[in-house]
Design a protein around this ligand. Structure first.
Ligand code: SAM
Ligand code: SF4
Ligand code: SF4
Length: 347
């Protein structure tokens, strides 16, 4: 679709372009990771969104297509657990058919807990998904089950990672959120487990998203410490960023056995390059992971607004964007702002 809206104009108040759109396709999840959807909050009585409240595949496709016309070239499906959304392959094939104003296909990825990935990997690839990121916080079964809090076995996620790579969804990225005293003793084990496999392990600093996880700064394991611990055993060399706005700092093993990454959301804010917008499952747009409020795009999609009206609304929201939460974090007091749960807007 050519809307004639100049992508160069779609820069925010800090001059950042709109390049990535993360789309949450469901707020539900079959895990209850203790730092994301603790059972005390997300228990049996928790009211998830009704099906009719979620954007339909047609609505997601239309919104994504408009975003692509404004300069978005990367789409990531997330959740909740995106593989719980029935018929997700249909959505993937719709999104895979989108073309940028230069006529290129979009980069289409998904972040998943891996629980249903082994059986779905081939169909996802067939539908047009390019890559997957699988979340995995421990290799130790007992610990993994305690973190996901639904006794899901780690072997199944490890098998899913292999199935995804086999299906052509690689290189598979593996995201490990580190929490002091919970899994920081596994840094080297995890690095060595995935070294030489072709999968790319990334350690993520535990963030103060949402209001359910009682985040404390002393639970964050700084990326510098991660690199120091791995370097003590394996020589690492910094790798050049592959693209602007890349969240992970990449390192190569000097012996050629692969790459690892660290995402320093707390100790090394990367707001200056942040080109990401997020859409919740019910169609609210968030211009920052830490935004207090989103903007309802579903109402617009369900009105008689045409694509150009919606493009102008989306471009206008991006133009006004001034977010840089991670750069301000240290100066903020706990409770200074209302926070959206990670399971609601995805990672
Ligand atoms: N359910 C999918 C999964 O777990 O991959 C996708 C959604 S999940 C919210 C996306 C990512 O957010 C996961 O990798 C998860 O570990 C991460 N995450 C959740 N809470 C976090 C926090 N407080 N700090 C850092 N990462 C977090
Ligand atoms: Fe579910 Fe992902 Fe949150 Fe775990 S991190 S509870 S798998 S949404
Ligand atoms: Fe982007 Fe907000 Fe994260 Fe900064 S804090 S990197 S602006 S999402």
């Amino acid at each position: 679709m050519a809307l004639n809206v100049d992508p160069i104009r779609v820069a925010d108040a800090r001059g950042r372009a709109l390049r990535d759109l993360r789309i949450s396709v469901t707020d539900r999840c079959n895990f209850r990771c203790v730092y994301c959807m603790p059972k005390e909050v997300f228990g049996k009585d928790f009211q998830f969104r009704e099906r009719s409240e979620l954007l339909s595949f047609e609505e997601i496709e239309r919104l994504a297509s408009i975003a692509v016309s404004l300069g978005v070239s990367k789409l990531r499906l997330t959740g909740g657990e995106p593989l719980l959304r029935r018929g997700i392959e249909d959505l993937i094939s719709r999104l895979a058919a989108l073309r940028t104003p230069e006529g290129k296909p979009v980069d289409l990825a998904m972040t998943t807990n891996g629980s249903a990935l082994a059986i779905k990997a081939a169909a996802l690839k067939e539908a047009g998904l390019n890559r997957v990121t699988v979340s995995l916080d421990s290799l130790d079964n007992e610990r993994f089950q305690a973190i996901n809090d639904v006794k899901f076995p780690v072997d199944k996620v490890l098998a899913a990672i292999e199935a995804a790579a086999q299906a052509g969804l690689g290189p598979v990225k593996i995201n490990t959120v580190l929490k002091r005293g919970v899994n920081d003793d596994e840094i080297l084990d995890l690095a060595e487990h995935f070294r030489g496999t072709g999968h790319i392990l990334r350690f993520i600093e535990y963030m103060d998203v949402g209001a359910s996880n009682q985040w404390k700064l002393d639970e964050v394991v700084p990326s510098a410490e991660v690199i120091k611990r791995i370097s003590a055993r394996h020589r690492l060399e910094p790798a050049a960023p592959t693209q602007l706005g890349e969240t992970a700092k990449r390192w190569n093993y000097a012996d050629g056995s692969g790459e690892i990454g660290v995402i320093s959301s707390v100790t090394g804010a990367f707001c200056g390059d942040c080109t990401r917008a997020r859409v919740s499952a019910e169609g609210r747009l968030y211009t920052c992971l830490f935004a207090s409020e989103g903007t309802d795009l579903r109402a617009l999609l369900r009105s008689d607004a045409d694509d150009r009206d919606i493009a102008l609304a989306l471009g206008g929201l991006w133009n006004k964007r001034d977010d840089n939460y991670s750069e301000l974090r240290a100066a903020l007091e706990p409770g200074d702002r209302k926070r959206i749960e990670m399971s609601y807007i995805g990672g």
